[in-house]
Design a protein around this ligand. Sequence first.
Ligand code: NAD
Length: 249
Amino acid sequence: MKKLENKVAVVTGGNSGIGLAAAKLYAQQGAKVAITGRNKATLDSAVGEIGNDAIGFVSDVSDVASIAPAYEKVTGAFGKIDVLVVNAGVYGGAPLADLTEEQFDQISDINFKGAFFSVQKALPYLNDGASIIITSSAVSNKAFGDAAVYAATKAATTSLARGLSQSLLDRKIRVNVLSPGPVETPIFGRNGGTAEEVDGMKAYMAEMTPIKRIGNVEEIAEGYLYLASDDSKYMVGGDLVLDGGFSRF
Ligand code: NAD
């Protein structure tokens, strides 16, 4: 039996990587899926890959005014939302002495402020009993040198999930985070490194991971399915860590 039959799911940053894989699995499991992202062309191509009449809307989570209009369009097309995946995020960092205020603001505006307002602005559009999943990271539990600000924004979302879950108990809306370890996605190449540098970064991450490989998006998507479905109905304000042991030892 399909696990998300007749459910409406929204995935922010659903046009690439982890979000796209979750969106595809949700559609395979019967959900009506809407994705958001910043780029119309990649949204259109992702919608085609997801299938099941998925739809996509341009919305930049760091531009708070652009968040609610996307939800409005989703509910206009599909009805109220049962599953919200707050996944849009960017990776970035620099040596401690070099990180600029602009970099700090960009990382925190998307990963932290964007996550909060992606939940807050969704409230009128969510069904009671909905499941909200925020993409955190295994680095929220680990020192991560030059990416300390990135890691801190992810730790902030783990804390948010607890507080927001408490606030939403009366509506039976659960908020949890999923914390992936290193996963093979385009995120590694988005900060301008050469192909060789990107491969080197992935190899380094694999070496740092106890099971000696980085994850793939399909195995991470299974976690998003678990958190979206009733299978996880006893999980509230929690953290599902899928990281090959990266943050554990
Ligand atoms: P990705 O670059 O493939 O996907 C990121 C998505 O976020 C893209 O769809 C992008 O369009 C979207 N996005 C970025 N800024 C946005 C904004 N301002 N507004 C709307 N959408 C925006 O990378 P990914 O690895 O799939 O990352 C997905 C999430 O997983 C991120 O939150 C990332 O921090 C987190 N994460 C990734 C890894 C990893 O190793 N890949 C590990 C832990 C956590």
